[in-house]
Design a protein around this ligand. Sequence first.
Ligand code: PGA
Length: 252
Amino acid sequence: MRRPIVVGNWKMHGSRAENARLIEELGARYPANPVADCVVCPPLVYVQEVGRLLRDTPIHLGAQDVCADAQGAFTGEVSAAMLKDVACEYVIVGHSERRLLYRESDQLVARKFAAAHAKALVPILCVGEQLAEREAGRTAEVVQRQLDVVLELCGAETLGQGVVAYEPVWAIGTGRNATPQQAEEVHALIRARIAAQDGRIASETRILYGGSVKASNAAELFAMPDVDGGLIGGASLKADEFLAILAAAGKR
Ligand code: PGA
């Protein structure tokens, strides 16, 4: 059985005071022995402090991005080793906002995945099509291409030690989530693509859905056989919403 996992991507939101309030509430209300893994990914400048706030909770620490290179003259970048050094455990790579707004290529994303894995971080690889691509019937092609570049560079074994997140770009921050059937269709495709290399790894790889997940739609999305949890943006900033989504994942 794959253990469900819910990741909160805070994006560029929060402040020291707001982070402390949110973690206090999550820590107080999230069960000590949860049946789902919970990860929060604060903005980089807050990662270390949030890590300290999480210390007595079962909630894990993640980051939103990482440099593909290990060390050196890369102004403004942060390495996987540095994230590890401040007790980070997970890192998102290839979020569509990074791919689209900062022009990150499939190849760069794959290198980030490899860099994170090399330092024993758990990379969370985001894949997903834009609206025009879906409307043109190109969803499978786009998602497979994004996945294949990582499979080619890192191999199935390494991919399976990370997490994959299917996030249709048209569903992110729009309030318009994919239907459970739309999500399941792409999740099954991702699993089949990994299975073409290794069936055992495919059956063990956790695949999250992201894009307008809320307390009100989480249960139906997480009920799908290949949806192993969620990558949550807006709703991860509200304790009530995020806790309800975690509870839905735990019932999976
Ligand atoms: P959203 O964002 O939940 O606000 O749609 C999801 C994401 O970008 O990871």
